[in-house]
Design a binder for this molecule. Structure first.
Ligand code: MN
Length: 199
């Protein structure tokens, strides 16, 4: 279980062979004085999905979102909580070789700072434990307040991600189609995939 795991990043490390994957080994970091970061990585694995990661407690709490985020508040997107990732992971873009956990191609689809929205829990770990996060993103693609709510009880890994109906909401927008590219390299996941395939 990920909850109250005595060894931070234990699940992350157990799933990976760092001599065979370019992903960072990472460690738990203490950087209370800086702004909290978030990243959304588009991950073309067995099934295409988007990995939302929010800095809290020195690691990146992580959710796999099969359909990715939507600016339409009516779109409630399933977000399945996965193992914590190290902060270093936020800039990872590249190809995870066949045979490794999560094999496939990863791009940094969006990245920036986040804060908890006014009027809600101020400590992200408290909000995460309660199963309700109101997050204001300062990204390149995601702006305004987004809601993450745990469903099916306190031990569930299933959450919903959706846009709060604020001034940044846009029911007509289709952000994953309109902006498929990496905010790090400008490349699409297909371009990164091709660039790293051996000739
Ligand atoms: Mn993933």
């Amino acid at each position: 279980m990920v909850y109250n795991s005595p060894m931070p990043l234990e699940d992350y490390a157990r799933k990976r062979n760092f001599s065979a994957t370019p992903e960072p080994q990472g460690k738990v970091e203490d950087r209370k004085s800086r702004r909290l970061i978030y990243v959304i990585q588009k991950h073309k694995a067995t099934h295409l999905h988007y990995d939302l990661r929010l800095e809290m407690g020195g690691v990146l709490k992580s959710w796999a979102v099969p359909k990715g985020p939507s600016y339409n508040p009516a779109d409630k997107r399933l977000a399945v909580e996965v193992e914590d990732h190290p902060l270093d992971y936020a800039s990872f873009e590249g190809v995870i070789p066949e045979g490794n956990y999560g094999a496939g191609t990863v791009i940094v689809w969006d990245q920036g700072a986040y804060e908890l929205a006014d009027g809600y829990d101020a400590d992200p770990l408290v909000a995460w434990r309660k199963g309700k996060l109101h997050v204001r993103f300062h990204g390149k693609k995601l702006l305004g307040i987004w809601v993450l709510v745990r469903t099916r009880g306190p031990n569930s890994r299933d959450w919903l991600l959706f846009k709060k109906n604020d001034g940044d909401a846009d029911p007509a927008a289709d952000i994953t189609r309109q902006r498929p590219e990496s905010v790090k390299s400008g490349k699409t996941v297909e371009q990164v995939e091709k660039s790293q395939v051996a000739p």
